[in-house]
Design a protein around this ligand. Structure first.
Ligand code: 13P
Length: 248
C-alpha cells in the first residue's frame, strides 16, 4: 500500500515568522495518517528542519542544481539541501520550466543529482490550457515523464506530481474523471518503463488549487496518492484540514 503524501510547496513565500505556522501544524498532527512534507524557500530549510526534528513533518527543497558544487552563483546543490535537512526536492515545477527555461533534460539531470544526495525527487508534469484544449494532454504528460524521469526510479526515490498549469493558483480544478484519466495513464507509463512492481510503489500527487473543500473528492480518484499544495499549504489551519483528509 502506498502511504499518502501531503506536500506543501511554499514557493517564494515565508520568512522566519512563518515558522509559527509550522509549530502549530506539528502540534496538531503528532501522528498523522499520511506523510507530511513542507518545501519552504531555501532560506528557511535549516531552521524548519531543526524545528521538524522529532515531528511527523519532513522538509524539502523546491529546486536544486545538477552539480554538487562549483561556480554557479545563486544556485543550491542537492547536497546542500540534504545538509540543511531536506529529504525531498521538487523538480521541474511548471513555474521553473517557465521562469528558468528548464527542459526535461535539465529536470532529469537534477533528479540524478537529487538521488546522488539521497533525496527523493518530486518530478512535476502538467499540460497548459491550450494543450488540454487541443486534446494533447496525455501526449504532453507522457513526453514529460519519459524525458524528466531518469532510469533507476523506484518507489523510494521518486514521486510524480500532476499539476495542470491552468489549475495552479487559479481556483480551477479539472473534472475528477480528467484527473483520473491522467493518473491512470501515469501509472501505466511507469509500469511500461519500470515494471508494475516499481510503478505500484511510486506515489502520484495531484497539484493545482487543492484546498480543504475539494481534497476529499480529489483523493477519492483512483491512483491519486496525495497532493502538492501551494497556496493552501501556507496556513496551518488550511493545510491541517488537507492533512486530515489525506490521513483518513
Ligand atoms: P496552488 O495550490 O496554489 O494552486 O499551487 C499548486 C502548486 O503549484 C504546487 O506546486
Amino acid at each position: 500500500m502506498r502511504r499518502r503524501l501531503a506536500a506543501g510547496n511554499w514557493k517564494m513565500n515565508g520568512t522566519h515568522a512563518s515558522l509559527d505556522e509550522l509549530r502549530t501544524l506539528a502540534q496538531q498532527h503528532p501522528s498523522p495518517g499520511c506523510d507530511i512534507l513542507i518545501c519552504p524557500p531555501a532560506t528557511l530549510l535549516d531552521p524548519m528542519s531543526r524545528l521538524c526534528r522529532d515531528t511527523a513533518i519532513a522538509c524539502g527543497g523546491q529546486d536544486c542544481h545538477a552539480e554538487p558544487k562549483g561556480a554557479h552563483t545563486g544556485d543550491i546543490s542537492a547536497e546542500m539541501l540534504a545538509d540543511a535537512g531536506a529529504e525531498y526536492v521538487i523538480l521541474g515545477h511548471s513555474e521553473r520550466r517557465a521562469d528558468h527555461g528548464e527542459t526535461d533534460e535539465t529536470v532529469a539531470a537534477k533528479a540524478l543529482a537529487a538521488w546522488r544526495a539521497g533525496l527523493t525527487a518530486i518530478i512535476c508534469v502538467g499540460e497548459s490550457e491550450a494543450q488540454r484544449d487541443n486534446g494533447a494532454t496525455l501526449e504532453v504528460i507522457g513526453a514529460q515523464m519519459d524525458g524528466s524521469i531518469p532510469d533507476g526510479a523506484d518507489g523510494d526515490n521518486l514521486v510524480v506530481a500532476y499539476e495542470p498549469i491552468w489549475a495552479i493558483g487559479t481556483g480551477r480544478v479539472p473534472m475528477l474523471p480528467e484527473i483520473g484519466e491522467v493518473h491512470d495513464f501515469m501509472r501505466a507509463r511507469l509500469a511500461a518503463r519500470f515494471g508494475p512492481g516499481v510503478a505500484d510503489q511510486v506515489r502520484l500527487l495531484y497539484g493545482g488549487s487543492m484546498n480543504p473543500a475539494n481534497v476529499a473528492d480529489i483523493i477519492s480518484v483512483r491512483n491519486v496518492d496525495g497532493g502538492l499544495v501551494g497556496g493552501a499549504s501556507l496556513k496551518a489551519r488550511d493545510f491541517g484540514r488537507i492533512i486530515a483528509a489525506l490521513g483518513k
